[in-house]
Design a protein around this ligand. Sequence first.
Ligand SMILES: [Zn+2]
Length: 318
Amino acid sequence: MPKNQSSDSLVFAVDLGGTHLRAALVDDTGTILKQLKEETPKGDSADCIINALANAAEQWGDEKQRVVATSIMVPGAVDSDKAVVLQAPNLPSLVNFGLKVSLEQRLGWPVFLENDANAAAVGEMWLGAARGCRDVMSVTLGTGVGGGLILDGKLWRGSHGSGGEIGHTTVDPFSGLKCKCGNTGCLELFASATAIVRMTRESLSFFTGTRLTSDDLTAEQVYDAGRDGDELALAVFKRFGMYLGIGLANIINLIDPQIIVITGGAANGWDLFASEMYRQVEERAFRTTAQQVKIARAECGDNAGLLGAARLAQTALA
Ligand SMILES: [Zn+2]
């Protein structure tokens, strides 16, 4: 169906983050008809979240009549078949909660659940940088590092719901840095927004001329300083690119994807980390593979996950 031709059925897609709840009405062509963003309700009970989603659905007005599914993505491990959240440090009230039954009773539409990085991978394959590709790895560089893996056109969730978690593959076992997952030296400890701030602080004493001395430093400030030639910032992003490149080279040799899509807020530092990332990939991955695999920035922006969630529901109902 052409992109400008709106179809009848809509998916109520939800990005349930630890901080923000974003929701959208998405049609079969990927057009977002309506969208809202609010704070994710805090509380010990999942009822707060169920109520917030029911309230969001009320705001769709007449379009609500065309909704055929609710499709939710969360930052955590999920059992997609049962629509159960298995692990989500930022959404503790949803873990092992009967989300599917509660929401289906409340809203009347079938409920689908997906990990947010997986949904983003599907969104990029549908309408973004990985259009037309069948073997896709998407890497989300945000507060942490997420991954979504698509093999032969299908999302690879793994046998236990945690497939594609590149952020928790080891890139420096002897760094002594402990990850929240329990492992040491995970990619997430070097290639996330959190890592940018930590690595800047760690190296502060070696760069006396830097302007990055604030106590409440952000990754954006480090990036801005790097654009202005701050040597500490440039060293931090080089280190970021080095570890990211090591992680990507491992993935390239393991699955030989057509494309690796880089997304998330920390991907905005691309011009400061990309050359070192490519250098590591060239040095470490099989030569012929490394020459052919495309590493590209995402094209769907913040909406990749919402679009992917919608697409997953459409595909399941087709
Ligand atoms: Zn980890």
